[in-house]
Ligand binder design. Structure first.
Ligand code: NAD
Length: 496
């Protein structure tokens, strides 16, 4: 049995647990590994190691901490393809998509290597007569990260490099569905020269998370995952007096104006909706066609229908299988509800299977039109290769529709009008906005924070007063439309 190790106090150790979770290859459902449910003793050992390591790590000079990140970045780049291969096997992602997952994480490590400038405080001379004041930034202590299955490289790398570069120590509890990728990240971190105890990795599910969330030694929690779990983690962490930032689920809309470049908008929507089998928190799951752009729905549906799911190393595969049989069953049941509730199913991927891989969790590309906001297919985050099309008459109607949605993670607009784009970016109540960019994932030097039910936490506090005032941050990614508009479906999140 291939048992996944844990990292405790600098050692990769096998758990003494008798309870294990099966990790399967989503393309076949063959069991490829077993991840332990960490025991209480192991969790205490990891917390002790992180607590002890904090005493010395916080004293390590900031440039030295940054140098660890430089060495780590180098190793991640050297092992980029090897990590992506393991990632593909346990998530089912195409190799191109898996490489994007790793690369996006490497960019965060690069940001962590710049920690010196981010840790700088502020100073003022003569704040009162003959009184100078300066502020400094100090680490908090042991931090906890709980990550989802859908980006097993990028999301752990969102968390521990920045926390550790800032002088904190860290316990990572990655998703139990794909724990081998985060273990490779941890191995390379140790190879880069990380002192023992500054990063610990424990496996498990809700019992392990709940144990850690209630532990006094843990000072702050970062979570990325679904809305119900995010709400539970935010409440439990804050009830236990911890700082918490919880990034949750999404329902992302793309507005297509009639003046948009049709081919460009359609090509981008194809990848943004069904790429990665729709298992991205920034996937576009609702396309809102304004006015005459509704005439493009059939062409969009035909292009989405041309995308072929396939195994990770098939270069022609547009996307891979869903992560689990449960995820597939859930997506199929939402497709059925969509049909029953009166949406028109233009393209139905429910019966898709891949020859030679019939045991995998395949769902073919699926497109609905005439979707109404009260339908389950619109209300719920589907997290599958399913696009809902809605038609409205005006941009104002589109904005009202998006703002009435309880999620606020990402959105985009395709238009040639600067005025329409400007109005959309100002009035939309969503954290990440793309203008002629379908999936506007900001680079790490910008804020990534959803609004409304897509984020629970205190990142929005702003201001220098003792009592901070609250604002929201919105990150806008806009494309200059040039002559060299790329043609053909864009299936991966753009990297550069
Ligand atoms: P999930 O919420 O099921 O699991 C996330 C983590 O929480 C895992 O580590 C899991 O072990 C743990 N967990 C699960 N149930 C728990 C419970 N009852 N108590 C305590 N811990 C528990 O999410 P997932 O299915 O792995 O990931 C997909 C979700 O993540 C989607 O909703 C997606 O939108 C969201 N997501 C959000 C972002 C973002 O930045 N907003 C990014 C990626 C994914």
């Amino acid at each position: 049995m291939n048992k996944v190790a844990q990292l405790i106090d600098g050692q990769f150790v096998q758990s003494t647990s008798t309870d294990f979770i099966e990790v399967s290859n989503p393309a076949t459902n063959e069991i490829i590994a077993h991840a332990p449910l960490a025991t209480d003793i192991e969790m205490e050992q990891a917390i002790d190691a992180a607590t002890t390591a904090f005493k010395t790590w916080k004293k390590v000079s900031v440039p030295e901490r940054a140098r660890l990140m430089l060495r780590y970045q180098h190793l991640l780049k050297e092992n980029h393809d090897a990590i992506a291969t393991v990632l593909s096997e346990e998530t089912g992602k195409t190799f191109a998509d898996a490489k994007g997952d790793v690369w996006r994480g490497i960019e965060v490590v690069e940001q962590a290597a710049n920690i010196s400038s981010m840790m700088m405080g502020e100073t003022i001379e003569n704040a009162a007569t003959n009184i100078d004041i300066h502020s400094i930034t100090q680490p908090l202590g042991v931090c906890l990260g709980i990550t989802p299955f859908n980006f097993p490289a990028m999301i752990p790398l969102w968390m521990f490099p920045l926390a550790i570069a800032s002088g904190n120590t860290f316990i990572l509890k990655p998703s139990e569905q794909d724990p081998q990728t985060p273990m490779m990240l941890a191995e390379l971190f140790m190879q880069a020269g990380a002192p023992k105890g500054i990063l610990n990795v424990l496996h498990g599910g809700k019992d392990q998370v709940n144990y850690l969330l209630k532990h006094d030694a843990i000072k702050a929690v970062s979570f990325v995952g679904s809305v119900p779990v995010g709400q539970h983690i935010y409440k439990t962490a804050t009830d236990n007096m911890k700082r918490a930032q919880c990034f949750a689920g999404a329902k992302n809309h793309c507005v297509i104006m009639p003046d948009a470049n049709k081919d460009f908008a359609i090509n981008n929507l194809v990848g943004a909706s069904v790429g990665a089998a729709g298992q991205r928190c920034m996937a576009i799951s609702v396309a809102v066609f304004v006015g005459d752009s509704a005439e493009w729905i059939d062409e969009l549906s035909a292009k989405i229908g041309a995308v072929k799911p396939g195994v990770w190393n098939d270069e022609n595969a547009g996307y891979g299988p869903l992560i689990s049989q449960q995820a597939k069953a859930r997506v199929l049941s939402l497709i059925e509800e969509g049909k029953k509730q009166g949406a028109t199913c233009l393209l139905d991927g429910s019966d898709f299977t891949l020859k030679g891989y019939e045991g995998g969790n395949w769902v073919g590309p699926t497109v609905f039109r005439d979707v109404k906001p009260e339908m389950s297919i619109y209300q719920e985050e589907v997290f599958g290769p399913v696009l809902c099309c809605i038609t409205v008459d005006t941009l104002d109607e589109a904005i009202a529709l998006v703002n009435a949605n309880p999620y606020g993670n990402g959105t985009s607009i395709f238009t040639a009008s600067g005025a329409a784009a400007r109005k959309y970016q100002s009035n939309i109540e969503v954290g990440q906005v793309g203008i002629n960019v379908a999936i506007p994932v900001p680079l790490p030097f910008f804020s990534f924070t959803g609004w409304k039910n897509s984020f629970y936490g205190d990142l929005h506090a702003y201001g220098k007063q003792g009592v901070r005032f609250y604002t929201e941050t919105k990150t806008i990614t806009s494309r200059w439309l040039d002559d060299d508009i790329p043609s053909g479906p864009n299936m991966t999140i753009e990297l550069k």
